[in-house]
Design a protein around this ligand. Structure first.
Ligand code: RUB
Length: 310
């Protein structure tokens, strides 16, 4: 399980961050692992896939995109008729390519739809680092739209710096603020866009800690708040009543040499209620959080059919 364990470790240590990068890394690791599989028969190959799944799922808690992708591949392997490990390797390669192709198409659609919301002169506020958000902003810039971005630094580990670097490289005017300055700047922006790690059946979204406070400030200032996300981040387990697990990270991220006896909490994500979300910009277009289940059913019925298994 060397390749899978290495990938899981990189995900755990945040060398790979952001829900999309985590999912793509996990899929590639599973395919690479099966390419060197020594399994002799169907049962042992499927047991290997199940073991890889368990290791990858362990790496980070709040990652339904990764879970959906891995479950999809596993399901296809269980359903398909194959006998030798060579056949399995070809199949897993084909299925993962198909999944990635669909993902790239979803991204193209998100870039197209989202960038239309970035009008000339717009001031956009964003939080953390989301590859989907940056994709939309770069696409708008690529179409020649002049606009500005205000980005938070995103404590505790400053993913906002990744956002700032990428936006500057794309020629977008960017200003960084500390997280606690969001309310002061809200009256100066026209639009808030954030990414998502998970979407629940009720249309709530889970994203980097601090997102829900930003949504609150946006509502108070009547600034539209949009989430840019692939529907593949929908968590099917929430349909069955489970709450999305919120990962709690090392306290050293907050204060490495904190005084003894001090309690520190470091949740990585928070939940933004659908009432604060104007729209979800996804591969189905701009949709209301209320229609999330319908959109998922239309686009990815398999997520609902077996996505909550295992
Ligand atoms: C990253 C984060 C991002 C989402 C969306 O948190 O909250 O906004 O993952 O990213 P972390 P993307 O750095 O803890 O993983 O749009 O790239 O999937």
């Amino acid at each position: 399980m060397k390749k899978v364990m290495e990938a899981a470790e990189r995900i755990r240590r945040l060398e790979v961050q952001g829900a999309t990068n985590v999912a793509l890394t996990a899929v590639r690791a599973l395919v690479e692992q099966m390419k060197v599989s020594r399994a002799r028969d169907r049962a042992s190959a499927l047991a290997e896939i199940a073991k890889a799944r368990a290791i990858l799922f362990e790496s980070r808690e709040t990652e339904p995109f990764m879970r959906n992708a891995i479950r999809y591949i596993e399901w296809r392997m269980r359903e398909a008729d194959w006998r030798t490990v060579e056949e399995l390797q070809d199949l897993i390669q084909g299925v993962s390519e198909e999944l990635l192709k669909g993902f790239r198409e979803a991204r193209r659609r998100i870039a197209e739809v989202g960038s239309r919301r970035i009008l000339p002169g717009t001031r956009v506020l964003t939080h953390c680092h989301s590859s989907a958000v940056n994709l939309v902003l770069r696409e708008a810039r690529g179409r020649g739209v002049e606009f500005e971005v205000v980005c938070t630094e995103t404590r505790p580990i400053y993913q906002g710096r990744i956002t700032a670097r990428e936006l500057l490289e794309a020629g977008i005017r960017t200003t960084m603020i500390v997280d606690s300055a969001v309310r002061s700047f809200m009256k100066e922006v026209d639009l808030v866009v954030v990414g998502s790690d998970a979407i629940t059946s009720e249309g709530n979204i889970i994203n980097k800690i601090g997102t829900s406070l930003i949504a609150l400030a946006a509502q108070e200032a009547r600034v539209p708040f949009y989430v840019i996300t692939e529907l593949l981040k929908f968590d099917p387990q929430t349909i069955h009543g489970d709450f999305e697990a919120i990962e709690e990270r090392s306290t050293a991220e907050v204060w490495p040499d904190a005084p003894e006896g001090l309690a520190i909490r470091n949740p990585a994500f928070d939940v933004t209620r659908r009432d604060y979300i104007h729209g979800i910009i996804c591969e189905e277009g701009v949709i209301s959080p209320h229609s999330i289940l319908e959109a998922v059913r239309r686009r990815y019925p398999w997520i609902l059919e077996y996505g909550a298994s295992a």
